[in-house]
Design a protein around this ligand. Structure first.
Ligand code: NAD
Length: 478
């Protein structure tokens, strides 16, 4: 029987760059069965974490050997600049290596303080089969923030990549097999979210769903997984603020603001898509920002010099432009970029700055997922914090000031999972990554990044003859 295929057209030149199998519910059931057998009966969850780490490190080396090929797949399917796609693959290797080490550090606890005849042991065990659903903006990197950590914990996975960008997930799974990771441990089913993603979330063989994507789909996955009481971890949307005080290093703050909104064409969950700038420096700041933005190169993502590539697809390109138009109709003042500067041919949108934004305007509240910055001025620290926190999202914000009191007061008052101070879009593998509110729950990276995929089991052992009555409170039984 011939399979239905999904064709991926390049966002840059509209040519076919990939064909993926359109997965079915049966495919999902088969993949979950394979993952469940590998988990229940296979060697992977039972082997020494040190041996698992060797497999993971070999996987990482194979990914590194294929760096250029994988990066080019990302460029073709996502439309992101090649230099950033290469950096993404380097991050993937670092994530796999880091997860390998974490797996060896992962441990339980023992309590010797609960009575002479009693010992308590807390085991940390893998949660089971993990369903992984990922978006299109950082396909390989998002895969690597989840899958190696789940594997290092001893879990097995079924992965559903985005229907627009499934290439690297398939390649990473092939390289896992080449590295000797046993069959059934890493499974990929390509296809649409409402079929493959939905069947995966609803499959009772899946013990946990790990999702990155929109808040809308995140809610559906939580509900579907909840039907069979599966655990969920969801990394969702964002509407981050870049807060610039009058005493900030203006040059650094301009570059930070620019990077926050233009990196990956603004298709970035942690983008700083709102600029909150002190009224005293706002005019000068916006002028310098517009000048810096005009030097960015927008165009062919394969060109080594390109800073911004193509938007993911035509519908998304149109939706970003609609948001710009709507904001202008509501009274926003265009500082640079805008609809006139956009090029339909190639789906290019120039970084766009919109001033005079009030919290009541939709551009202040909605995630646009493009290079569109909404600017609001503030006069006091309290106003800045209130504006930043006036959002259903709580993923990442940045604060720019040379005054440590200001930095710490603001950082502690922000309701987001990540706060950057005098830096932006920065990260370290050791620091947990995740959001609050509509940005989701659960944490990736750091020790939390592996703990997410584990469950605790308490074992209480009694030694010697028991002379007391069973069933009384522990304290009384001593
Ligand atoms: P999306 O939610 O539309 O799709 C994400 C994935 O979910 C895709 O693989 C899709 O096929 C699948 N899906 C769709 N419907 C489904 C369903 N009913 N059941 C199960 N799976 C389903 O998101 P997108 O457009 O691919 O990505 C953009 C969104 O992702 C933005 O909102 C962005 O903020 C968010 N994002 C968040 C983070 C983070 O770490 N917080 C990182 C990257 C992207």
């Amino acid at each position: 029987m011939s399979r239905a295929l999904i064709e991926r057209l390049s966002p840059t030149n509209n040519e076919i760059v990939a064909r993926f199998a359109e997965g079915t519910v049966d495919d999902v059931n088969d993949a979950v069965t394979a993952a469940k057998i590998a988990f229940d009966k296979g060697m992977w969850p039972r082997m020494d974490a040190g041996v698992r780490a060797q497999f993971l490190r070999l996987w990482s080396r194979k990914i590194a050997e294929n760096r250029e090929r994988l990066a080019r797949i990302e460029v073709e399917e996502v439309g992101k600049p090649l230099k950033y796609a290469r950096a993404d693959i380097d991050t993937v290797c670092a994530l796999v290596d880091y997860a390998a080490g974490l797996g060896m550090q992962s441990h339980g606890l023992a309590y010797s303080s609960i009575g002479a005849n009693r010992t308590g042991i807390v085991l940390r065990e893998p949660v089971g089969v993990v369903g992984v659903v990922i978006p299109w903006n950082f396909p390989a990197e998002t895969f690597a923030k989840k899958v190696p950590f789940a594997l290092a914990a001893g879990c097995t996975c079924v992965i559903k990549p985005s229907e627009f960008t499934s290439g690297t997930a398939l390649e990473l799974a092939k390289l896992a097999a080449e590295a000797g990771i046993p069959p059934g441990v890493v499974n990929v089913v390509t296809g649409y979210g409402n079929v493959v993603g939905d069947a995966l979330s609803g499959n009772p063989g899946v013990s946990m769903m790990s999702f990155t994507g929109s808040t809308r789909v995140g809610k559906q996955i939580i509900a579907r997984a909840g039907e069979h009481v599966a655990r969920t971890a969801v990394e969702l949307g964002g509407k981050g603020a870049t807060i610039v005080f009058a005493d900030a290093d203006i040059e650094d703050a301009v570059r930070g603001t620019l990077t926050s909104i233009s990196f990956n064409q603004g298709e970035c969950c942690v983008a700083g898509s709102r600029l909150l700038v002190h009224a005293d420096i706002a005019e000068e700041f916006l002028q310098r920002l517009a000048t810096a933005m005009s030097s960015l190169r927008i165009g062919d993502p394969f060109d080594e010099e390109t800073d911004l590539g193509s938007m993911i697809h035509r519908e998304h390109f149109d939706s970003v432009l609609r948001h710009i138009e709507e904001a202008q109709l509501e009274g926003a003042r265009l500082v640079c970029g805008g609809i006139e500067a956009a090029r339909r041919d190639g789906l290019h949108i120039a970084p766009t700055v919109l001033d005079d934004i009030r919290p009541s305007m939709s551009i202040f509240r909605r995630e646009i997922f493009g290079p569109v910055l909404a600017v609001t001025r503030f006069r006091s620290l309290e106003d800045a914090v209130a504006l930043a926190n006036d959002s259903e999202y709580g993923l990442a914000n940045s604060v720019w000031s040379k005054n440590i009191d200001v930095v710490m007061t603001v950082a502690k008052s922000l309701r987001s999972g990540i706060v950057w101070a005098n830096t932006a879009l920065d990260g370290a593998l050791q620091l947990p990554f995740g959001g609050n509110g509509s940005s989701g729950f659960g944490r990736e990276l750091g020790e939390a990044g592996i703990e997410e995929y584990t469950v605790l089991k308490s074992i209480l052992i009694h030694t010697g003859k028991r002379n007391d009555t069973f069933g009384v409170a522990p304290a009384a039984s001593q």
